[in-house]
Design a protein around this ligand. Structure first.
Ligand code: ZN
Length: 262
C-alpha cells in the first residue's frame, strides 16, 4: 500500500508541472491541486483514477484534429491556458462531493461524484468530437443549422460522443468501486443528462457577445483586444458557470434517486 502522503506530493507536483508547461495558470494549478487532494481524501486512488480518466480522455480529444477546430476557438470562451474557473467548472462539484464523503461516508456521495465527472466527460467529448461533424449542428431552440461551436446546438456525432463519454466514466466506476449495475447505469444516464442540461442552459441562458471591431459573435469577453458587447444571455451565466451548474444539478438529481431507492 502506497503511503497517502506520497500521493499528495505527486498531486502537488502534477499541479506545478501543469503550471510550468502553461497548461494551467497559477490559480488554475492551485485549484487543480485542491481538487486532486479533495478527491484523494474522499475516494482514495480509485477516485483519483476516475478523475484522471476524465482529464486524460478529454485532453486527448481536445488535441485531436486541433487545427480543424482552430477557427472555432475564436468563438468559444476557452483559451489555451486554463485558470481556476475552468478547473472549478469541471472538477468543482466532484471535489465538493469528495469532501462531503470524507466527512460523512455514504454511497450517495460516490454516485454524485461519479455523475459530476460523467457529466463533465460527456460534455467535453460532445464539444471536442461534435465540432468535427461534417454537417452543421442544429440549434435546439429553432432546429435550424448554426455554425459549429455554437453553445446550445446539437449534432448526431456530438450526441453519440456525449453518450460514449458518460458511458466510459460509468464503466470505470462500476469496475473501480464494485458498484451494483443499477448504480452504474444511473451514472451513465445522469452523466448524459448533465450534457443535455448543459445544452439547454447554453441555448437559453448563456451569454453571447459581439466584437465591435471584427463583428464575430463569440463567448469571449475580449476580442481584437477590446471588450465585446453582450448581445444575449444573463450576467454570470458564462460557459464555466453552465458547465458547473449542469454537472452539479445532474449529480443532485441522481443523488436524490439513490437516496429514495437504495
Ligand atoms: Zn474581433
Amino acid at each position: 500500500m502506497i503511503e497517502k502522503w506520497i500521493i499528495f506530493v505527486i498531486i502537488i507536483a502534477a499541479g506545478l508541472l501543469a503550471y510550468l508547461v502553461k497548461a494551467l495558470t497559477k490559480s488554475g494549478a492551485l485549484a487543480a491541486i485542491f481538487v486532486g487532494a479533495a478527491v484523494m481524501l474522499g475516494f482514495n486512488l480509485e477516485g483519483l483514477f476516475l478523475l484522471g480518466m476524465f482529464f486524460v480522455s478529454s485532453s486527448i480529444w481536445s488535441e485531436y484534429k486541433k487545427s480543424v477546430k482552430k477557427t472555432m476557438e475564436e468563438k468559444l470562451a476557452k483559451g489555451a491556458t486554463r485558470d481556476w474557473r475552468q478547473v472549478a467548472a469541471n472538477g468543482g462539484a466532484a471535489a465538493l462531493f469528495s469532501l462531503i464523503n470524507f466527512l460523512q461516508p455514504n454511497v450517495i456521495w460516490l454516485i454524485a461524484f461519479a455523475v459530476s465527472l460523467a457529466s463533465a466527460n460527456s460534455d467535453t467529448w460532445a464539444s471536442e468530437i461534435g465540432s468535427l461533424s461534417k454537417k452543421n449542428p442544429l440549434f435546439i431552440r429553432t432546429f435550424k443549422p448554426v455554425e459549429r461551436g455554437t453553445s446550445g446546438a446539437i449534432s448526431f456525432l456530438g450526441t453519440s460522443a456525449a453518450l460514449a463519454g458518460a458511458l466510459l466514466i460509468a464503466l470505470f466506476s462500476l469496475w473501480l468501486f464494485h458498484l451494483h449495475i443499477f448504480l452504474a447505469f444511473l451514472i451513465f444516464l445522469f452523466g448524459f443528462l448533465g450534457n443535455v442540461i448543459d445544452t439547454l442552459f447554453g441555448a437559453f441562458y448563456q451569454q453571447l457577445y459581439m466584437c465591435s471591431q471584427c463583428g464575430i459573435e463569440t463567448e469571449r469577453r475580449i476580442h481584437c483586444q477590446k471588450a465585446t458587447l453582450r448581445i444575449k444571455g444573463i450576467s454570470y451565466i458564462d460557459n464555466d458557470m453552465v458547465n458547473f451548474l449542469s454537472g452539479f444539478i445532474a449529480a443532485l438529481l441522481a443523488l436524490s434517486i439513490v437516496f429514495l431507492v437504495v
